[in-house]
Write a protein that binds this ligand. Structure first.
Ligand code: ZN
Ligand code: ZN
Length: 446
């Protein structure tokens, strides 16, 4: 059963994370004081920025879908080789790992994603994407509307900055560019291909993501930061017939419709009202004409949660509700598939506390903001579940004035990730990404 497997998986992850945290933490010594470094880091970032902006615009104009990111990966590989990293390509199909050794010290992973989304960009920017690709057998537009191009530019900039400051830290950099984050399968593909077996298990891992905050600021959270994401696929079996003679049929449209309504009582009546949980039915596929009762109906949806207990409660409730509809209609049992997707990203509290202190000292307390948990999902959790204490933080992308205007009552919200109008302001965003990530890494390599 998928939900039982999920429970067992979470329990193992919790134990290994704790063990990993204890081992790694004993290696920490002094915290980084960013003040004396700031002028050097800022100078480096200013010098490298024109190059990064060029790479960003190029990646933005040439997006690729998950597991098809060959051009993107080749470009990152070439840049990392230029810096002196040992690069291995084709890990997890199109992923890459770049290693740089600088004396004895912890290994630290910095993750970026490579993939874009199957959607049309409508920003009108001079470097907007016009790319197309095959998606599920159909031609589709492709666009970097989740900001993974910002993440790649920040990742390259961080590598450059860390090399420019290599007299200030010791250890091994493990820069990982994963394929297909949007399908939450790319991280696992790299793990299955031997990422940790072949290159070692890092002591810490970091990743950043764009968010709708003002540029120049970063957001953080300890504990669950993104959601568990699972899918539901239920097929109700009825008996087809004439729409005028429902007594001769078993109506799967009615079963599916009642399921859609009743399953919301699992959310409102069964789980803790203070705990986050969502069940959304996004598609009902059935029927061909108004006067025909079809013989089956398929319901597709998504299930989100932060905790393992809510996750299994929702799975149990969905299964019971689906079976009950069939029982009430005297129909055969439905086919129920509840498939586990990404686990929640759970940030290591001690690592977050340590990193936030450095962010506040370097960027200013007003630029380092606690954020609420994010309802979207991320497969960065696949790395964390290997027992790597980690931190996933967000970087603002919008003009602060526009963010303030958009927060007025009745104002239109700014386009956020996955919107066709999503348009991060590159310069402050990438610079902040590089500064924050560089300091986060150096702070655990003292
Ligand atoms: Zn996305
Ligand atoms: Zn994303």
């Amino acid at each position: 059963m998928p939900q039982r497997l999920a429970r067992a998986f979470c329990a193992i992850a919790a134990i290994t994370t704790l063990a990993g945290t204890l081992t790694a933490r004993s290696a920490w010594s002094a915290e980084l004081d960013p003040q004396p470094l700031k002028p050097r880091l800022n100078r480096l970032v200013d010098q490298m920025y024109p190059g990064l902006q060029g790479i960003y615009e190029d990646l933005h104009a040439h997006p690729e879908l998950g597991f098809q990111e060959t051009r993107t990966a080749a470009k990152l590989a070439a840049e990392m080789r230029k810096l002196g990293f040992e690069v291995t390509e084709g890990l997890g199909k199109t992923g890459l790992v770049a290693i740089y050794r600088n004396g004895s010290g912890p290994a630290v992973m910095v993750r970026t994603e490579l993939d874009a989304l199957p959607m049309e960009e409508k920003t009108g920017l001079p470097y907007a994407s016009k790319a197309h690709a095959q998606y599920n057998g159909k031609d589709s537009f492709v666009a970097h509307s989740c900001g993974h191009d910002i993440h790649m530019a920040s990742w390259l900039g961080t590598a450059q900055a860390l090399l420019g400051l290599k007299d200030q830290w010791k250890g091994t950099l493990m820069f990982v560019a994963q394929p297909s984050e949007e399908t939450v399968t790319g991280a696992q593909a790299m793990l299955d291909d031997g990422l940790l077996r072949r290159f070692g298990k890092p002591a810490y891992a970091f990743a950043l993501h764009t968010s709708s905050m003002p540029y120049g600021s970063v957001g953080y959270l300890a504990g669950p930061t993104t959601s568990n994401s699972d899918s539901l696929d239920i097929r109700f079996h009825g008996r087809g017939g004439h729409g005028s003679a429902p007594d001769k049929t078993i109506d799967p449209v009615l079963m599916a419709s009642k399921f859609v309504v009743d399953v919301q009582s699992v959310v409102s009546r069964e789980k803790d009202p203070m705990a986050f949980g969502v069940v959304t039915v996004g598609a009902i596929n059935t029927g061909s004409a108004g006067n025909i009762i079809p013989d089956q109906a398929r319901v597709l949806g998504t299930i989100r949660s932060y905790s393992g207990s809510v996750r299994s409660k929702l799975h149990d409730g969905i299964e019971r509700t689906a079976k009950a509809q069939a029982a009430m209609a005297a129909a055969p049992a439905p086919d129920i598939q509840l498939t586990k997707g990404a686990d929640a990203v759970v940030n290591d509290a001690a690592l977050v506390a340590r990193t936030v202190k450095v962010f506040e000292a370097a960027l200013g307390k007003d630029k380092v903001l606690p954020i609420p948990p994010i309802t979207a999902s991320e497969d960065f959790s696949a790395f964390i579940n290997q027992g790597i204490p980690s931190m996933f933080f967000v970087v603002g992308v919008h003009d602060p004035k526009k963010v303030a205007e958009a927060s007025q009552p009745g104002a239109k919200p700014l386009p956020f990730n996955h919107s066709p109008f999503f348009a991060p302001v590159p310069e402050p965003t990438i610079k902040t990404g590089v500064q924050a990530m560089t300091l986060a890494v150096m702070n655990v390599m003292q």
